[in-house]
Design a protein around this ligand. Structure first.
Ligand code: ADP
Ligand code: MG
Length: 567
């Protein structure tokens, strides 16, 4: 026997779960309520475009967040589509029933679906994470009477006549004691800026009481000036015009061909509050096989590579999602600064986590590929700039090569080495240059000051070495040796290249010096060899073999980290 049935959900049980657990960050309610306002405006605009509604109010579209400290309220107002009583019943009171989805289904042939942010039909309820009571006052574009919905976070609500006289929705939150940080104007503004900096509709944040005080003070000043017969400037007389907190047309959504260098630099400064100019940037813009826009900037890097919080911001349809998401942004790219907007991201309900799937990996691979393509194009088309930037971008590129084999495969022929004669060459160019010496050996300098005598000797004999002085270079050298089995890297003081050897040395010195060094260093098994140097300037020098030095360095590293040497 079989029986079918419907699952039923008791809202009194599910409601506390939504309030407490759905969202990890409490400030998310700002994003949800503002994005609903944006959606409402975009929907109304759409209806006007297709002739299903007319804009009789014709004031600029905007979302305003108003703080009233005395009343302990935050009000989110928009002049969007508004809601009828039925729509409130349907979209608000049916939890997890999304009006956005409904709207898209209704207008799917006439609408570019990506503009609408809403999706899951749960965002509105995030208001109850911070509010003990929520009041919706809304006037639909189809109606003449506003309607009011009041709910105190329990499972009942009240509908009555509203007070709004113009089209749109005002949602008032009576903030709880625990969440009173949101009654602090600066905290509130900060939360809103974090999520809404690039939302597609202008957003204003207003401290109602302060605004009233300022206006009164201004009026008084004008009054006093009049009484004294003083002239006031136009600026002093003009009312304060609020400015939106967001940039509704951020540079990254524009076509790269329409953006100037100056705009890229300004956008960088404004977004990252970094007054050092970026070296260059990559503007990503693709529609297929997934949509992705963004700008990645190459900042000047410091000697110690560190991935700093907040460098790469991820957006979904101009709504901030999170920073430094490792699944989407390959780790080495976190050395860059930038933003990526991908409307196709498979976000979970709270939009703060990604549903990890193959798609996310594809995005990461795409970004890596684009970065490599840009670097290669730079190297080919603007080789002088590429060389000029090399010192600054080398640590980043090398880190990328170590972390991502695909990146290394693309970049391997475009890696440069700065030579002791101040030139930048590729590995093969270097090997070509030193091919007379026979061995496939790259001599390198790890510390210009300490190894200056050796550099001098090299120069004197027409040889050249390359500078590999960054902390990333030791692992990078090992990586290159692993990838190029026939090439050997030797520090400039580790071996006497044949070209540096002078006449046959007097072997009698070997015995004398051998005894001396064995005694001083307390090493019986020490083997000492003596060679003649081909040099006018350098009297003598010590060599230490590459292998034993690397071994010592490794031991030092293990000791430093308090680890045991592997046997
Ligand atoms: P979603 O945005 O994912 O659809 P929400 O819980 O955020 O879910 O909102 C539910 C629905 O309520 C929306 O889809 C929309 O139909 C309606 N709604 C919410 N806020 C507004 C608003 N400010 N103006 C008009 N309709 C709104
Ligand atoms: Mg929503």
């Amino acid at each position: 026997m079989s029986k079918q049935g419907n699952l039923s959900i008791h809202s009194e049980n599910i409601f506390p779960i939504i309030k407490k657990w759905l969202y990890s960050d409490h400030d998310i309610f700002t994003r949800e309520l503002i994005s609903n306002g944006c959606d409402a405006i975009l929907k109304f605009k759409k209806l006007c475009d297709i002739g299903e509604a007319t804009d009789t109010v014709s004031e600029p579209f905007k979302v305003t967040v108003t703080l009233n400290k005395t009343n302990k309220t935050l009000t989110f107002s928009d002049n969007g589509i508004g809601m009828t009583e039925e729509e409130i019943e349907k979209y608000i009171t049916q939890i997890a029933f999304s009006g956005a989805e409904d709207f898209l289904a209704q207008y799917k042939d006439k609408m570019d679906q990506d503009q609408i942010i809403g999706h899951f039909g749960l965002g509105f309820y995030s208001a109850f994470m911070v509010a003990e009571q929520v009041v919706i006052d809304t006037l639909s574009y189809k109606e003449t009477k506003a309607i009011k919905w009041t709910c105190d976070g329990g499972t009942t609500y009240e509908l009555s006549e509203g007070t709004r006289t113009t089209r749109g929705t005002s949602i008032t939150l009576f903030i709880t004691e625990e969440s009173n940080t949101f009654l602090n104007f600066y905290d509130l503004r900060e939360a809103i800026e974090k999520y809404c900096s690039f939302m597609p509709v202008p957003i204003y944040v207003i401290d109602e009481e302060k605004e009233a005080e300022d206006a009164a003070a201004k009026a008084k000043k004008i009054e006093e000036a009049k009484a004294k017969g003083e002239e006031l400037s136009d600026e002093e007389l003009a009312p304060v015009v609020p400015t939106p907190i967001n940039d509704s047309q951020p540079l990254y959504v524009k076509n790269p061909n329409d953006c100037t260098d100056e705009e890229y630099k300004t956008f960088y400064r404004d977004t990252f509050h970094d007054f050092n100019e970026p070296l260059f940037w990559i503007h990503l813009n693709m529609d297929y096989p997934f949509r992705l826009k963004g700008i990645l900037y190459f900042p000047k890097l410091s000697h110690e590579l560190e991935t700093v919080e907040g460098r790469i911001k991820l957006y979904n349809n101009q709504v901030f999602v999170a920073e430094n998401i490792k699944e989407v942004i390959p780790e080495f790219l976190l050395l860059l600064k930038g933003l990526i907007d991908c409307p196709d991201l498979p976000l979970n309900v709270s939009r703060s986590l990604l549903q990890n799937d193959g798609f996310v990996k594809k995005i990461a691979d795409y970004i890596t590929k684009k970065v490599a393509d840009k670097l290669i194009a730079l190297s080919k088309k603007e080789n002088d700039s590429y060389k000029k930037f090399w010192d600054d971008i080398a640590p980043f590129i090398k880190y990328g090569c170590l972390k991502e084999s695909k990146f290394f495969d693309k970049m391997k022929d475009y890696l440069l080495f700065k030579t002791t004669d101040e030139d930048y060459v590729t590995l093969s160019e270097y090997l070509e240059r030193v091919k007379d010496t026979g061995a496939n050996t790259v001599f390198y300098v790890s510390d210009k000051a300490a190894q200056s005598q050796y550099i001098k000797l090299f120069k004197e004999n027409g040889l050249c070495a390359v500078y590999l002085e960054h902390s990333i270079d030791a692992p990078f050298i090992s990586h290159l040796e692993y990838q190029n089995k026939d090439v050997k890297f030797m520090r400039i003081d580790s071996d006497l290249s044949a070209a540096l050897k002078g006449a046959e040395a007097d072997k009698s010195y070997e015995e004398k010096l051998s005894g001396l060094f064995k005694t001083i260093l307390h090493k019986d098994k020490l083997k000492v060899t003596v060679e003649n140097l081909k040099s006018q300037d350098v009297a003598s020098m010590l060599l230490i073999s590459e292998e034993s030095r690397r071994m010592q360095e490794m031991m030092k590293m293990y000791n430093m980290q308090g680890m045991n040497m592997p046997l």
